[in-house]
Design a protein around this ligand. Structure first.
Ligand code: ZN
Length: 142
C-alpha cells in the first residue's frame, strides 16, 4: 500500500490534517470561512498528535503564495472557459467581473488550501511519528 499516494495526501488536505501523521489538525478550524473571519486565519503551531512544527523555517509560508497564485490562475482559466461555453452573450467586462467576484468569494478557501498544498510538497506521511506524542500540552497556545 502506498501511504504517500496523492490520494492520501488529498484526503489529508481536505480533512485539514497534519501532513506528517494525518491525524492532528492543521488549521484551528476546519471551515475556511470560519477560520479566516472568526479565528483570524490562525493555524496550529505544532501538530497536537505528533508534535510536528508546521512552520519549518521562518518565511516558509511565503511559498504558499505561489500555490495561491496557481489556484487563482486555474480559477481564471476555468472561469473563462465556463463563461465562454455557457454564457456566450456576456461581454468581456461582465465576464471579468464575474470571475473576479468568484475569486474574491473564494479567498478564504484559496488561502486555506494554499498552505496545506505547500506544506504537503515537503513533508512525507510518516505514521510511525504519531505514537511519539511529546508531552506538549501547551503547544497550541499562541
Ligand atoms: Zn502530526
Amino acid at each position: 500500500m502506498s501511504s504517500n499516494s496523492i490520494w492520501n495526501k488529498v484526503k489529508a488536505m481536505l480533512g485539514n490534517r497534519c501532513p506528517r501523521c494525518h491525524r492532528g489538525k492543521f488549521w484551528e478550524h476546519g471551515n475556511p470561512y470560519v477560520n479566516l473571519f472568526f479565528r483570524g486565519g490562525r493555524m496550529n503551531e505544532v501538530c497536537d498528535k505528533c508534535g510536528f512544527k508546521y512552520e519549518m523555517e521562518s518565511g516558509f509560508w511565503y511559498g504558499g503564495m505561489y500555490v495561491s497564485y496557481a489556484i487563482n490562475v486555474a480559477i481564471l482559466i476555468g472561469g473563462a472557459l465556463f463563461t465562454e461555453l455557457f454564457f456566450e452573450d456576456l461581454g468581456v467586462w461582465e465576464e471579468a467581473g464575474l470571475i473576479s467576484g468568484v475569486m474574491i468569494l473564494l479567498i478564504p478557501i484559496t488561502f486555506y488550501f494554499s498552505r496545506l498544498v505547500w506544506i504537503n510538497f515537503f513533508v512525507k506521511y510518516d505514521p510511525s511519528k504519531w505514537e511519539n506524542v511529546p508531552n506538549n500540552s501547551g503547544a497550541n497556545q499562541t
